[in-house]
Write a protein that binds this ligand. Structure first.
Ligand SMILES: [Fe+2]
Length: 500
C-alpha cells in the first residue's frame, strides 16, 4: 500500500479524530479521510468476474479543512474526493484523490478556510477572497462520468466539469465545452442509449433560464434548447423520454450566487410552502414548453421515464413535505437529512409519478413501505420502459441514523421487492448501486451490481459485487479496503474501452 498524506491541511487533522462531537456529518463513516491512498492488489473474498475491465469511480464528500463552524457543516458541502476501483483480470486496485478545485487550492494557499458552505448556514459573512477567486466554492463531490474519452468529476454550480486523470485521479483542468454555457451545469447528466447522446441541463438564476442540451460521445453539442424559468427552483436531477426533458419543482428554492445567501452565511436554500408543485416538459427537438401543476414534493433522483400513449411514467425517489403549509428554515432542515432529528420532511421514498398529457394532470403513487434513494436502472433501457430499479434504502429494522441499511431491487412488472443487507445485524451502510450489464446479456437484469459498503465494525469499506439475478443471495465478490470510503453520492462504471 502506498499511503500519501494529501497536501498540508489548512488546520491539520482533527486532534481527537473529530471536529465536532455533535454534527453527524463529521463522525463515524462521515469522518473525512485525509490520506490519498494507492492499493495495488486488494483482498478479494469470492471471485471477481473476468469480464469486468474498467473502473468504478465514486465521488464522495470529504471535508479537507476544519470548517469555520463545524456544528453547521453539511454533508453536501465537503470537498470532493474521487475513489477509483480498477478491475482487470479478476484483480482489483484502488486509489483516491481530492479534486483540486480552485476553492480547495485557495484555502490551502491561505492556510485557512475562506468559503461558506452552500447548504450549511453559518450566519457568518464569508471572508474577503483574493482577486479572481470564484465567489462560491465548487467542491466537485457529486458525480463522476465519462465524456469525450475523459473522466469528469462534477459539482452543480459551475459551467464546466473537472477533468481527471483516469489512472491516478490527478486533476488535469476544467472541461468547459469551449465556454459555451453560461449556467450551472447539472451533476446528473443522463445517457440516452437510443441516440447515443448525453443529455444535461444548466440553470442560470441571474438571467432566469434553464437550458437543455445533448452531446455526442465526443462531447460535441448536438442540440440545445432554452426557456425562461419563473422561479428559482432547487433542481438536482432531471429525467428524459424519447421526446421530452422533464423537471419536477417542489417547495425548495435555491440561489447560491445571491448576494444575501451563501456569501452572507445564510445558505442557498429557502422553502416556499404555499406554492404548488410544478412540472416542466421541454420538447427535446423543438424546445416547446409545457407546464403542469401538482402537489408539492421534492424529487430527489430519477430512475427512468418513458412514454406510454398520452402518459409519461416517471419513477423517482421523493422527499415528501410532512407538514403542508409549514414554514421551514430550509437552511436548517435540508430534506434527506441522514440524522435522527425531528424533521418537517419525510425520509426519501420510491414513487411513481404519472403525467397525463391529455388531461394535463399528474398522479403520484408511493411504491413499497421502505425508504429508498440513489436509484439506478440498467442504463441500456433509459428513456424506454424498464422493468427493474436498484437503489439504496432502509428496511426494517430501520437504522438509528436515518442512513441506509440495504440495497433494494424492485421489479415493476411483478411488484416483487428484494433486499440485500449483507449481514444479519442490519448495520452495514451501502452506497449507490451501479448496474453493469454482462456482454451479450439476455435479460434486463443479466449483469452485476457494484456498490461500496461501509462496515462500522471495521471502520472500513468494501466493494461488493452482486449478481443482479441473485440480488438477495450471497455476493459473488467482496473486495476489502482497510480504510473507510466516506459516504458519498454518485459514480459510474467506466469501461476501459470508453477512455482514450
Ligand atoms: Fe444526486
Amino acid at each position: 500500500m502506498l499511503n500519501k498524506p494529501s497536501q498540508p491541511d489548512v488546520s491539520g487533522p482533527p486532534d481527537s479524530g473529530l471536529w465536532s462531537v455533535t454534527n453527524p456529518f463529521l463522525q463515524g463513516p462521515f469522518e473525512p479521510l485525509f490520506n490519498e491512498i494507492v492499493v495495488r492488489d486488494l483482498e478479494i473474498v469470492g471471485k471477481v468476474p473476468v469480464e469486468l475491465d474498467g473502473s468504478l469511480y465514486r465521488a464522495s464528500s470529504n471535508q479537507h479543512a476544519r470548517p469555520e463552524s463545524p456544528e453547521k457543516f453539511h454533508w453536501f458541502d465537503g470537498d470532493g474526493m474521487v475513489h477509483a476501483f480498477r478491475i482487470r483480470d479478476g484483480k482489483v486496485s484502488y486509489c483516491n484523490r481530492f479534486v483540486e478545485t480552485d476553492g480547495l487550492k485557495l484555502e490551502r494557499a491561505a492556510g485557512r478556510p475562506l468559503y461558506n458552505g452552500i447548504y450549511g448556514a453559518t450566519g457568518k459573512a464569508q471572508r474577503d477572497l483574493p482577486p479572481g477567486a470564484p465567489m462560491i466554492k465548487s467542491v466537485a463531490n457529486i458525480n463522476v462520468i465519462a465524456l469525450a474519452g475523459r473522466v469528469l468529476a462534477m459539482h452543480e454550480v459551475d459551467s464546466f466539469y473537472w477533468h481527471l486523470d483516469p489512472d491516478n485521479l490527478d486533476t488535469l483542468g476544467k472541461f468547459d465545452f469551449d465556454g459555451r454555457f453560461n449556467s450551472m451545469l447539472t451533476a446528473h447528466p443522463h445517457f440516452d442509449p437510443a441516440t447515443n447522446e448525453m443529455l444535461a441541463y444548466g440553470l442560470n438564476y441571474q438571467e432566469m433560464f434553464v437550458e437543455c442540451m445533448s452531446f455526442s460521445p465526443a462531447g460535441r453539442v448536438t442540440s440545445h434548447v432554452k426557456t425562461d424559468m419563473p422561479i428559482k427552483a432547487f433542481v438536482h436531477d432531471f429525467i428524459f423520454t424519447e421526446n421530452y426533458y422533464i423537471f419536477f419543482f417542489g417547495p425548495l428554492r435555491v440561489d447560491p450566487y445571491g448576494k444575501d445567501t451563501v456569501i452572507q452565511g445564510n445558505g442557498a436554500l429557502s422553502f416556499e410552502a404555499d406554492s404548488p408543485g410544478r412540472v416542466l416538459l421541454i420538447h427535446r427537438k423543438s424546445g416547446a414548453v409545457k407546464w403542469l401543476e401538482t402537489r408539492s414534493f421534492t424529487c430527489d433522483h430519477y430512475l427512468n421515464a418513458y412514454e406510454l400513449g398520452d402518459k409519461i411514467i416517471v419513477d423517482a425517489t421523493v422527499t415528501d413535505t410532512m407538514i403542508p403549509g409549514a414554514h421551514v428554515n430550509a437552511a436548517e432542515f435540508f430534506p434527506f437529512p441522514l440524522v435522527n432529528e425531528p424533521s418537517p420532511f419525510s425520509g426519501p421514498q420510491l414513487w411513481r409519478l404519472t403525467i397525463d398529457l391529455a388531461r394535463d394532470s399528474v398522479s403520484t403513487d408511493r411504491i413499497g413501505e421502505f425508504g429508498a434513494e440513489f436509484v439506478r436502472p440498467n442504463e441500456g433501457v433509459m428513456g424506454r420502459k424498464h422493468r427493474y430499479g436498484y437503489m439504496a434504502g432502509t428496511h426494517a429494522p430501520a437504522p438509528d441514523n436515518r442512513g441506509f441499511n440495504c440495497l433494494i431491487k424492485h421489479d415493476y412488472e411483478t411488484g416483487r421487492t428484494q433486499f440485500q443487507h449483507l449481514c444479519s445485524a442490519y448495520e452495514m451502510l451501502p452506497g449507490e448501486p451501479i448496474y453493469v450489464a454482462r456482454k451479450d446479456a439476455t435479460a434486463e437484469d443479466d449483469g452485476w451490481i457494484l456498490a461500496v459498503w461501509y462496515d462500522p465494525r471495521r471502520n472500513a469499506s468494501e466493494l461488493v459485487i452482486l449478481a443482479a439475478q441473485d440480488f438477495d443471495g450471497e455476493p459473488i465478490a467482496r473486495i476489502k479496503l482497510d480504510h473507510r470510503v466516506p459516504p458519498g453520492f454518485h459514480g459510474n462504471w467506466i469501461p476501459r474501452s470508453a477512455l482514450r
